[in-house]
Design a protein around this ligand. Structure first.
Ligand SMILES: *Cc1c(COP(=O)(O)O)cnc(C)c1O
Length: 397
């Protein structure tokens, strides 16, 4: 059977990522491919590094996109910093903390787990107790915005505790970069990784990372070789490092990097702080509408991350049926629960280019209509009106 070109359906992406990609970012990807050592490409690489420093709020020289998804950035931080026998404290309050733990264990670390309930922030008190109980600990790893539950943890406080006990930090900012306040240098974060397809609204498959001078020094002074040749940052930096002499390490995903550059230019045009504020404003508008539909957030107000709204599925509703109808009838994607929360929550993302009034209104109208049709006594019109009122109040300020 002859296959035909794939023409994807036109969706609105309001799940946990990927988010919608701005047309100009998609257009950037379609520009002609050039060589990965072409002087013009090397110039683009330097701009990407500078733009990532802007987004991360850092002056770290070791700042670059890993050629791979957020999980590759996570693995890159873990394999470069962890040596067999190291004690690593991993804070887990959702799916991604569990992935960090598994990676550290594979690297031969002695993992000390600091657990918090799914839907709650990482507890600084518990971390401090673990640091006191394990003076041999070398690294603290935690997730800033836990996308599986919609929780934002206090990265500044967690990092200062780690530093007070002479530990490096590995911080997952996959969902927070570009969406929530994140200040790598001011907060003293050491090895930080993110993803391209959440609040940066870029094509999936790239993972910005940044290493502090301290983390870089620890990598340079390892007793053992980094177990992964591909991810060893001291080798990667021969290509991504500074200066005009760059040597081949691997073929960069050229066109994907065009799109990362474009999305970072968009972030610069908007302003990093303004992007954070937009995500927060839109969260309030969506929240008003979701609450008008009788939905409850699973995370206490002070611990919510604005770009990922986790709400309980109303009693008597089959969550998969609703998601399927939203996709089929409205071309709208929202997220299901992961792990322990599968089947009981929805995760509604307002990330990057997806975080727009049009999407808030469209999502509430579609969700309200489907829920009413499934037998709930709710009004889509009321939910939309509540959200629009919040948006109007915000516009008036
Ligand atoms: C999405 C996500 C990841 C993994 O990113 P991939 O690009 O799917 O590999 C890791 N951590 C968090 C918090 C995420 O939201």
């Amino acid at each position: 059977m002859p296959y035909t070109p794939f023409d994807p359906p036109r969706r609105t992406l309001m799940g946990p990522g990927p988010s919608d990609i701005a047309p100009r970012v998609l257009e950037a990807m379609a520009r002609p491919t050039i060589g990965h050592l072409d002087p013009a490409f090397v110039g683009l690489m330097d701009e990407i590094k500078a733009l990532l420093q802007m987004a991360f709020k850092t002056e770290n020289a070791l700042t670059m996109p890993v050629s791979g998804p957020g999980t590759a950035g996570m693995e890159s931080c873990v394999v470069n910093l962890v040596e067999p026998g190291d004690t690593v404290i991993v804070c887990q309050n959702g799916v991604f903390g569990g992935r960090l733990k598994a990676m550290a264990e594979r690297g031969g670390a002695e993992v000390v787990l600091v657990e918090d309930p799914w839907g709650r922030a990482v507890s600084p008190e518990k971390l401090e107790a673990a640091l006191k109980a394990h003076p041999e600990a070398k690294i603290v790893a935690f997730v800033h915005a836990e996308t599986s539950t919609g929780v934002l943890s206090d990265a500044a406080t967690l990092a200062s505790l780690a530093r007070a006990h002479d530990c490096l930090t590995i911080v997952d900012t996959v969902t927070s970069l570009g969406g929530s306040p994140l200040k790598v240098d001011e907060w003293g974060l050491d090895a930080v990784y993110s993803g391209s397809q959440k609040c940066l609204s870029c094509t999936p498959g790239l993972s910005p990372i940044t290493f502090s001078p301290h983390a870089t020094e620890v990598v340079q002074n390892r007793a053992t070789l980094v177990q992964s040749w591909f991810m060893d940052v001291s080798l990667v930096m021969a290509y991504w490092g500074t200066g005009t002499k760059r040597s081949y390490h691997h073929t960069a995903p050229i066109n994907a990097l065009y799109s990362l550059h474009e999305s970072l230019v968009m972030l610069q045009e908007e302003g990093v702080e303004q992007a954070w504020a937009r995500h927060e404003r839109h969260h309030y508008a969506l929240r008003a509408g979701l609450e008008a539909l009788g939905m409850q957030f699973i995370v206490p107000e002070a611990e919510r991350t604005p770009q990922l709204n986790a709400v309980s599925v109303p009693e008597g509703i089959d969550e998969a049926v609703v998601r399927r109808r939203l996709l089929d009838e409205y071309n709208l994607e929202i997220g299901a629960g992961l792990g322990a929360l599968a089947g009981t929550i929805w995760r509604i993302g307002l990330m990057g280019y997806s975080s727009r009034p049009k999407n808030i209104v469209g999502c509430l109208a579609a969700l309200g209509t489907v829920l009413a049709d499934e037998g709930l006594s709710v009004s889509a019109d009321e939910a939309v009106a509540e959200a629009q009122q919040v948006l109007a109040e915000q516009a008036a300020v």
